[in-house]
Design a protein around this ligand. Structure first.
Ligand code: UAG
Ligand code: ATP
Ligand code: API
Ligand code: MG
Length: 495
């Protein structure tokens, strides 16, 4: 039980009815989850309006509600109704207060950017663990407290869930948390009231323009993570090879560590050698140098490594521990994951779902594939439509053969998504239709890629990476690109 009046002290509020001198058992933003004596927070959402569920919440036991507009209650005079200007902001504030400001008791490292967040958090987690810290992890694939794993629903959870998770970490003596911070989370106040000690900017390229009004809005959302770094003890780690890094640099008021492959920076990578299974390079960190032999491949992973190196340095971890931590990472699930059933061509599953990441992996493949590069890909439904033709163009320019299929169509018609991709393909490839094929069923598409591959080719299956499901209009089915590929390889060998 917590005193309601204490939880709301930071809010600028008006009491519409009832008293704030009462105790609450918890906070909830979903009426379906409300329990006795909860405070229900009404969020005006994109598909629902939480204010419409206020009576359900009260029936389920809520005794106080936080609103941002006038509401009608079914004869509930004993209920406390508090009004504020923005309930998403309010949710973050009261959640942090309810759990006693847990992020202030942890070193929090936030990673934002269009691509590379998950990979960078894994590399940073490994460095922190090598240095002997007890670490929490929050991100796309899973959430973790030390070695205990929890299911992840989204890249960055809602503020209430984040604060509750931090509180649990504090209870379990975690000292450091490394988390992915999506632009949705920044725009929707999910990470308000988190006291970040280190913030990493990996890069920004086109994505999520269904949610953000423009690329500039998307950039401003990312920059928000850095405005909270308000003293010298807090560090921004910034990839200055990104054309928009100036905006991020100017947002931060803390210390700054820059990294780059192309320019002069605090952290640099020299003598880079890329192979199909890893990367070797010399990292220059301020005055020191260290050779790094990584089990992740691609130039983009050199960037992710420099970012994690920066996090390690800002947290005073020795270069020896940083090196060991980085070199111990064997790979990240569904990121450039090799599927090897003894076949004489390559099969790789990757999570590229943006034009930039698709371009990066296809360019990486060009360096070491002897035969043809066959790419199997689609685009997600209910997501940025404008990236679809661009991904079509990128695949057509850089792969030898494209198999266009479904990703997670969600509420959209799969054919419509594929048509959007094909528009881009046709812009590059005006007439040579034999350079691509459309196979809507993803399992069939993967099978086709594997059946048609010849010695020395590479079949790249991209977009879904670690996902073990496919979201269709009316249902979510089990689906794992790696497993489907393995079965196709075994079947192929048997024939
Ligand atoms: C665009 C977006 O992020 N939407 C999130 C947002 O939804 P919303 O505000 O529209 O919520 P809503 O469904 O309209 O409901 C409004 C309110 O009514 C409540 N409600 C609703 C129904 C009911 O019966 N009772 C009830 O109380 C809901 O709990 C909610 O509080 O708040 C909801 C509650 O936290 C989230 O579930 C929802 O995420 C949806 C599922 C989602 O798909 N988000 C994706 C796009 C996302 O966040 N992705 C990012 C980026 C990934 C990346 O890195 O690329 C991520 O961080 O994962
Ligand atoms: N630094 C990088 N720059 C560009 N592309 C990258 C980079 N790192 C990884 N990629 C590509 O992006 C894909 C996704 O990588 P990762 O999961 O690390 O990114 P993310 O930012 O966490 O993605 P999400 O937004 O879905 O959470 C990889 O499979 C790879 O193709
Ligand atoms: N975090 C990204 C993941 C996209 C993965 C892709 N498989 C898709 O479903 O579009 C998003 O929610 O936009
Ligand atoms: Mg991620």
């Amino acid at each position: 039980m917590k005193e309601l009046s204490r939880i709301i002290t930071e809010l600028d509020y008006k009491v519409l009815q009832g008293s704030v001198d009462r105790e609450i058992t918890g906070i909830e933003y979903d009426s379906r989850e409300v329990e006795a004596d909860n405070l229900f927070v009404c969020i005006s959402g994109f598909t629902h309006d939480g204010h419409d569920y206020i009576n359900e919440a009260i029936e389920a036991g809520a005794t106080a509600v936080l609103v941002e507009k006038e509401v009608e209650l079914n004869e509930c005079n004993e209920i406390t109704v508090i009004m504020i200007r923005d309930t998403r902001q309010g949710l973050a504030m009261i959640s942090s207060a309810f759990y006693d400001y847990p992020s202030q008791k942890l070193k929090v490292i936030g990673v934002t950017g269009t691509n590379g967040k998950t990979t960078t958090t894994y590399l940073t987690e490994s460095i922190l663990k090598t240095a002997g810290h007890k670490v929490g992890l929050i991100g796309t694939i899973k959430n973790k407290i030390d070695d205990e794993k929890f299911k992840s629903q989204r890249t960055t959870p809602e503020s209430l869930d984040l604060q509750a998770f931090f509180a649990r970490m504090v209870e379990e003596d975690v000292t450091h948390v490394v988390m992915e911070v999506s632009s949705h989370a920044l725009a929707l106040n999910r990470v308000d009231k988190i006291d970040f000690d280190v913030a990493i900017f990996t890069n920004i390229t086109q994505d999520h323009l269904d949610f953000h009004d423009s690329f500039n809005d998307y950039l401003n959302a990312k920059a928000k993570l850095f405005t909270g770094l308000d003293d010298e003890d807090k560090t921004a780690i910034i990839n200055i090879d990104d054309p928009n890094s100036d905006k991020i640099l100017s947002a931060s008021n803390g210390s700054v560590i820059t990294y780059s492959i192309e320019k002069d920076a605090n952290l640099k990578a020299k003598d880079i050698t890329i192979s199909p299974i890893g990367v070797n390079f010399l990292a220059e960190a301020f005055e020191e140098k260290v050779n790094l032999d990584l089990n992740l491949t691609g130039l983009f992973n050199v960037y992710n490594t420099l970012a994690a190196l920066g996090a390690g340095i800002s947290l005073n971890i020795t270069l020896d521990d940083i090196q060991q931590g980085l070199e111990e990472v064997q790979g990240v699930a569904g990121r450039f994951e090799i599927v090897d059933e003894g076949q004489d061509f390559g099969v790789i599953v990757d999570y590229a779902h943006t034009p930039d990441s698709l371009q990066n992996i296809l360019e990486t493949a060009e360096d070491f594939v002897e035969g043809r590069v066959i790419v199997v890909f689609g685009c997600g439904g209910d997501r940025d439509k404008s990236k679809r033709p661009i991904m079509g163009q990128v695949a057509t320019r850089l792969a030898d053969f494209s198999i266009i299929t479904s990703d997670n169509p969600r509420s959209e018609e799969p054919e419509d998504i594929i048509n959007d991709i094909e528009l881009g393909v046709k812009e590059i490839n005006k007439k040579v239709e034999e350079d691509y094929v459309i196979i809507q069923d993803r399992a069939e598409a993967i099978n086709y890629g594997i059946e048609t591959a010849r010695t020395g080719d590479l079949v790249f299956i991209v977009g879904k990476g670690h996902e073990t499901y496919q979201i269709l209009k009316d249902k979510t089915i089990s689906f794992d690109d790696r497993q489907v590929a393995r079965e196709a390889l075994d079947k192929n060998r048997g024939e």
